[in-house]
Design a protein around this ligand. Structure first.
Ligand SMILES: Cc1ncc(COP(=O)(O)O)c(C=O)c1O
Length: 472
């Protein structure tokens, strides 16, 4: 990948653009303003004002550009309180593409996770996961379960090339089942294209073996299908059996091995808001349908407007277009290629939704207790007006029992790339900025944390540089 790079062009033309404000454009040339802004934000990029951000790679969540077809659908929103037409369009799309029988819409992914955890988990249970996602884990823990990591060891090694770092370590899982008993495991929590591991897929072979093992012990598999399309693309590219299968067929097969899914529609599905819980089990569906009215809204809108459901329904068909997903991943690989060529340490292979810089190798002079990924993220902004996000010990949080910081082997900065929003020129600009910063990396100081919240602290924590300044 570091030699000749083949561009895959996308299957669309840009017919409307989002104009940046003068303030957003001027920030590129105004270091003083960037320094003031990041200091005011407590060196946490989540607390920056968008007017102070030039390129926004904070997240690929809800930041997608919708198509003309989706915008046209927004005008056909049926805003009836009950039985909106758009709900039935969404239900049809979910059945056709994911293949699950039942649908409960929610306003976003974590609301579906909340409802699912409340129904399936009893205090004292154990939930095995292929690594963790912040919101899924917090809902498992709030419902009284202990989160257990059953990801393969390569998932925690940023420099190891492994085609399927999202795989489940089946031996680890079986050991857990034997130790605690299957009755204490309400479900196997399986994330597609594991976010915290850098957007890394599981293989179909691993999923088939997982299904077999879970059948043996009668344990359901609940998918986090937020990035299932990106996972399907990697299966198509890397598993011989799937070379000539369509993305639609692969997505369908993945879901067929699972019992249900929670999905944040703000990623693969190409919308700005939305989510759902979907499953084949009638009992789970009826309980979720009863709970959604308590937390979200009636079961035919779940906290969404009719127009949002229509945009989701249309996005579901668009997301499985093979050329769309190939071009989307290829754009990220292009940025990865530029950085690898300049020997900037990143998670390899390049994942499906962003570039993950390895802060431990980027800033070896900063110990993990001084939050190197947080410092690097703040330094990237300070140097260039580009916003990323910490995915290391700050995101990992504290153990709910001991209160101690959870060690995280990975200490990453995520540059998540919104779908259909940025061009290759933006990727060139970002690469130049990161390479420039890499050359002056020794000047970057560590941080101390001065404020944190009990749950999901990475969103609102505040920091101060250990030295006088973030960048000397
Ligand atoms: C893998 C994964 N699962 C769940 C969620 C939660 O979804 P939402 O942000 O829609 O609540 C996210 C969001 O980033 C995610 O990346």
């Amino acid at each position: 990948m570091t030699r000749e790079f083949q561009i895959i062009p996308p299957p669309y033309r840009i017919k409307a653009v989002e104009l940046l404000t003068k303030k957003q454009v001027d920030i590129i040339d105004n270091r003083k303003r960037r320094e003031i802004a990041i200091k005011k934000a407590g060196y946490n990029t989540f607390l920056l004002e968008e007017d102070d951000v030039y390129i926004d790679f904070l997240t690929d969540s809800g930041t997608n550009a919708m198509s003309d077809n989706q915008w046209a659908g927004m005008m056909l929103g049926d805003e009836a309180y009950a039985g909106s037409k758009n709900f039935y369009h969404l239900e049809k799309a979910v059945r056709e593409i994911y293949g699950y029988k039942y649908l409960v819409p929610t306003h976003q992914g974590r609301a579906a996770e909340h409802i699912m955890s409340k129904i399936l988990i009893k205090p004292g249970d154990f939930v095995p996961n292929n690594m963790y996602f912040t919101t899924r884990r917090v809902h498992q823990e709030l419902a009284g379960a202990m989160w257990i990591d059953v990801s393969i060891k390569e998932a925690h090694e940023s420099a190891t090339w492994h085609p399927f770092k999202g795989n489940v370590d089946l031996e680890k899982l079986e050991k857990l089942i034997k130790k605690v008993g299957a009755s204490k495991i309400p479900y196997m929590s399986l994330e597609a294209n594991v976010n915290m591991a850098g957007g890394q897929p599981f293989s179909m072979a691993n999923l088939r073996a997982l299904r077999k093992l879970c059948n043996k012990y009668r344990i359901p598999i609940m998918l986090d299908g937020t990035r299932v399309v990106e996972n399907a693309y990697f299966i198509q590219q890397r598993e011989n059996e799937f070379k000539s299968k369509t993305i639609k067929e692969i997505v369908r097969e993945i879901c067929s091995y699972t019992d249900g899914a929670t999905v944040s529609a703000k990623k693969d599905i190409l919308v700005n808001i939305g989510g759902f819980l979907s499953c084949n089990n009638e009992k789970l569906f009826l309980e979720a349908k009863a709970l959604v009215v308590v937390y979200e809204g009636l079961h035919t809108y779940g906290g969404l407007a009719g127009r949002d459901m229509e945009a989701m329904a249309r996005g579901i068909y668009e997301m499985v277009n093979g050329r769309h997903i190939a071009a989307r991943v290829n754009q990220i690989e292009y940025l990865g290629h530029l950085l690898l060529k300049a020997k900037v340490p990143i998670m390899v292979p390049v994942g499906g939704h962003g570039i993950f810089l390895d802060a431990k190798r980027f800033l070896p002079h900063i110990p993990q207790k001084q939050y190197p990924a947080q410092a690097l993220c703040a330094a990237i902004y300070s140097e260039s007006g580009i916003r990323g996000m910490e995915r290391g010990i700050v995101s990992s949080g504290r153990d709910p029992k001991t209160g101690k910081e959870r060690e995280s082997k990975l200490e990453l900065v995520r540059l998540a790339i919104p779908r259909r929003v940025y061009t290759h020129t933006d990727m060139d600009f970002v690469a130049q900025a990161i390479i420039r910063l890499h050359k002056m990396r020794k000047k970057i100081s560590g941080l101390k944390m001065v404020y944190e919240t009990k749950q999901l602290r990475f969103f609102q924590a505040k920091f101060k540089p250990i030295g006088e300044k973030l960048i000397k």
